[in-house]
Design a protein around this ligand. Sequence first.
Ligand code: BGC
Length: 279
Amino acid sequence: MTILGIDIGGSGVKGAPVDTARGELLDERFRVPTPQPADVDSVVDAVAEVAAKFDGFDSVGVTFPGVVVDGVTRTAANVHKSWIDAPAARLFSERLGKPVTVLNDADAAGAAEVAFGAGHDQSGLIMMVTLGTGIGTALFLDGVLLPNTELGHLEIDGKDAELIASDRVREAKDLSWEEFASRVSKYLRHVEMLLSPRLFIIGGGVSKKSDKYFPLLEVNTPVVAATLLNNAGIIGAAVSAQQATTGHGQHPGSIPVDATAPGSPVAAAAHTVNSGEAR
Ligand code: BGC
C-alpha cells in the first residue's frame, strides 16, 4: 500500500509518498507555495496539485495548521477563516478520490519524531514544539498523543505566545539569536512550570538553525532539535493515514510509540474519510 503525506504549512504545501515502516520519503518531495489567501478552495486546489505529481497511491494523510476533530477543521489562526468548521477530510477525499486522513500539523510532526526521530524510545511526558509561522505543540505520554493541545496560544506577558516566540516573529522583527533565545526560553519555562515534561523536541523551519540559539536557551528541561526536519509533517501524516486505513490504532489510550506496531500515536487523533463515503 502506498501512502502520500501532504503538509500544509504557512508558506508551502509539500508532499511525497512515504515508507511508513521506516519513516522515510520514497520520492523527492514536491512543493507549491501556500495560496494567499489560504482559503478552503485554493488550499484544496494546492493539495490536489501536489498529489497530482505522484501516481499509484492508495490513501493520503494531510496536516492542517489548526485544531482538527473527526476530520473537521475547527480553528484557523494562520489560515483563512473559511477553514473554521470546514469538513476538510471529506473535501480532500472528494477531490483526490482516495481515503484522506487529516490531523493537526504539530501532532503529525510530533508523532513522526516520537516514532522515528528525536523522541524515539523516550518514555514519560514529551512535548514537541514547532516554531514556524505560529507555535504548534504536541504532547505524548509514553508515546500516546493527547491531540490538539494548542499550547502555542498560551499567554506570555499578556500576549499570545506565538506572537512573541515564533520563527515568523523572529524574521519579521529581525530579532538577534540572543533575543530569540530569550523569548523561546521564557515560553519553554512557562510550559515547564505548567507541565514538567521530560523532553522538549523543537521543530519547525527554525530547527535547522538550532546551533545558532540552542546554546543560549535557559530552561531546565532537556531540549533537542527535531531530526526529521522539514519532513516530519509529511511522514506523520502518512503514518496516520496508514494506521487509519488499516484500522490499526483506533483505540485511544492503548497506543504504543512504535508506529509499525498495531496502533500508533497518530491514529487516535486522526479521522479518515473514504471518497466513496464522502458523497
Ligand atoms: C495553530 C496550531 C498549529 C500551529 C502551527 C497555531 O497557530 O493554532 O493548531 O499547530 O499554529 O502551525
